[in-house]
Design a protein around this ligand. Structure first.
Ligand SMILES: [Zn+2]
Length: 251
């Protein structure tokens, strides 16, 4: 049985919702049309055209498991000290401009999680951590808010989100297809949430990424040589995210 008035109200409500959604999309997602084009492009068919792309305008949020590391006054104090020393200013939060992709060099997510959990390293300085950790089956764990300051890439912590991937022990390139797909979804989603993100690079590409202009390190000689997450993984990310308006570096 249909109530005509209710039907009208539903129609009006639907139209209002559509208008609101469209307005939100236009206000918050200046590049969302482009993002939608690439969301549904597959590896086999990267050049999806308007005719075969659904009219969805937002990038879906991937499944993310909340698994916060310890965050307390001590960690905040150590972050203040680290950012003052290395970047010349105290900063607890970042405006994300890059995503730096890593591997953990370990074989389980639990091992890395417990390593990152504590606030301080043995020498009393801020412990290393990343905002996201991706297990070998593609499960995404979020360890801190995306805009929280984490120590994961010398020179870029002040402006980058770190994604750690479980694997790469002995610098062996062994990250999985499930991790690649999870990283693609997560980076695409983060790019939508934070349109200030312009660059994606692997930790081993940290020198090439100086070209971004983002590198900043006040302590002379403070650097490390890295191999993570390997050129194969970065090639996979670059090829799959080629239409997303993000800058990559040669593998
Ligand atoms: Zn790394």
């Amino acid at each position: 049985m249909t109530n005509r008035n209710t039907g009208k109200e539903v129609l009006i409500l639907k139209r209002s919702l559509l208008a609101v959604c469209t307005a939100i999309c236009l206000l918050t997602l200046p590049g969302c049309g482009q993002a939608a084009d690439t969301t549904f492009a597959t590896e086999e068919n990267p050049a999806s055209t308007a005719s075969n792309v659904p009219a969805q305008r937002t990038v879906p949020r991937p499944d993310i498991v909340d698994k916060p590391i310890l965050w307390n006054g001590t960690r905040e104090q150590l972050i203040r000290e680290y950012t003052q020393k290395h970047y010349g200013k105290e900063q607890l939060e970042i405006v994300p401009q890059a995503v730096v992709v890593h591997w953990t060099g370990a074989s389980t997510w639990e091992g890395t999680y417990s390593w990152f959990y504590k606030e301080a390293m043995a020498n009393g300085t801020l412990n290393v951590a990343s905002q996201f950790l991706v297990d070998r089956d593609g499960t995404i764990y979020q360890l801190t808010p995306a805009t929280a300051f984490c120590r994961h890439a010398i020179g870029y912590n002040w402006c980058s989100i770190g994604i750690e991937n479980v694997g790469g022990a002995d610098d062996t390139e062994n990250l999985t297809e499930a991790q690649l797909q999870a990283n693609i979804q997560l980076i695409r989603y983060l790019h939508q949430q934070y349109p200030t993100i312009q660059y994606v690079f692997g930790h081993y590409q940290q020198v090439a990424a100086h070209a971004s202009g983002l590198y900043h390190e006040d302590v002379p000689g403070y650097h490390s040589v890295k191999a993570d997450p390997g050129p194969q993984f970065m090639r996979g990310l670059r090829e799959n995210l080629s239409g997303d308006g993000l800058a990559f570096y040669p593998e």
